[in-house]
Design a protein around this ligand. Structure first.
Ligand code: NDP
Length: 282
């Protein structure tokens, strides 16, 4: 039976030490601030933004929430970001995705000053991750690396399989595992014989967005299984991409949903914001 990777617990201890760091920064006259921009009324996005605001308050970071109407145009948003880029009291800038369809996400994200890009989504941040010389890491993959470190999972030389190749999870996850000297395979919807590939893995990260996608017969005994998926079932309950009951009988370590990767994502955002606030004194 697998040991459960407790993302809540790890996240709590990181947030506590961040809160101490923030208190020290404030004594030096630095007041970490995160600007979070929400455009439109997407209910899921509103929940994510509220959770980010709560985490800010918990760690002592000042949240600056900016909510704009759905009909905001691209230029208005770009002008706002330019203003926040120039505002020295703002250390991190985050644009909640998705944006309304009439606005180019790529253009907007790339207008964020890379030194304030706490989501690590700008082209510059991505390029730095590819080279392994990053300032910020994208929050979900960074949170997973932190969990692996906490549970002393050795990545070097291990067969790592990432299922999913999105720009925010799968691709950066694969790069971080590669930077940690894993032997990495990335799978996606066109991958043939997926279970053959996943069955070879010492470490599997699943970020597909389909409930109970990874079954026990796709996993080898003793594998470390990281479930990124967040799926809402008809009964209202949340579940991951991994068939937890059965897979946990074979895995050595496994993340639950909820309580695994999820809590780490926002915590890493807080960590990036504190790092951004410290940049002038490092
Ligand atoms: P995307 O929809 O952007 O990407 C899904 C990926 O899964 C794609 O690369 C797709 O392949 C692949 N895929 C789909 N079907 C299959 C299949 N049958 N076999 C193999 N691969 C397949 O999702 P995200 O990466 O944004 O998110 C994935 C999940 O993680 C979602 O449930 C999301 O809610 C959750 N999530 C959780 C976070 C957290 O903090 N815990 C943070 C971010 C996301 P292809 O590219 O070929 O289409």
């Amino acid at each position: 039976m697998a040991k459960i990777i407790d993302g809540k617990l790890v996240s709590k201890s990181i947030r506590e030490s961040l809160a101490q760091e923030v208190a020290l920064l404030k004594e030096q006259g630095i007041f970490p601030k995160l600007a979070v921009i929400l455009v439109g009324n997407d209910p899921a996005s509103a929940v994510y933004v509220r959770n980010k605001e709560k985490a800010c308050l918990e760690t002592g970071i000042e949240p600056q929430q900016i909510t704009l109407p759905e009909e905001t145009n691209e230029n208005e948003l770009l002008t706002l970001i330019e203003r926040l880029n120039e505002d020295d009291s703002v250390h991190g800038i985050l644009v909640q995705l998705p944006l309304p369809r009439h606005i180019s996400e790529e253009k907007v994200i790339d207008s964020i000053d890379p030194s304030k890009d706490v989501d690590a989504f700008t082209h510059e941040s991505v390029g730095r991750i590819v080279e392994g010389k990053y300032t910020f890491l994208p929050c979900t993959p960074a949170g997973i690396m932190r969990l692996l470190e906490h549970y002393e999972v050795d990545i070097s030389g291990k067969e790592c399989v990432v299922v999913g190749r999105s720009n925010i999870v799968g691709k950066p996850m694969a790069l971080l595992l590669l930077n940690a000297s894993g032997t990495v395979t990335v799978c996606h919807s066109k991958t043939r014989n997926l279970s053959e590939v996943t069955s070879r893995a010492d470490i599997i990260v699943v970020a597909v967005g389909r409930a109970n996608f990874l079954k026990a017969d796709m996993v080898k005994d003793g594998a470390v299984v990281i479930d990124v998926g967040i799926n809402r079932l008809d009964n209202g309950k949340l579940c991951g991409d991994v068939e937890f009951e059965e897979v946990s009988k074979k895995a050595s370590l496994i993340t639950p949903v909820p309580g695994g990767v999820g809590p780490m994502t926002i915590t890493m955002l807080m960590k990036n914001t504190v790092f951004a606030a410290k940049k002038n004194i490092l």
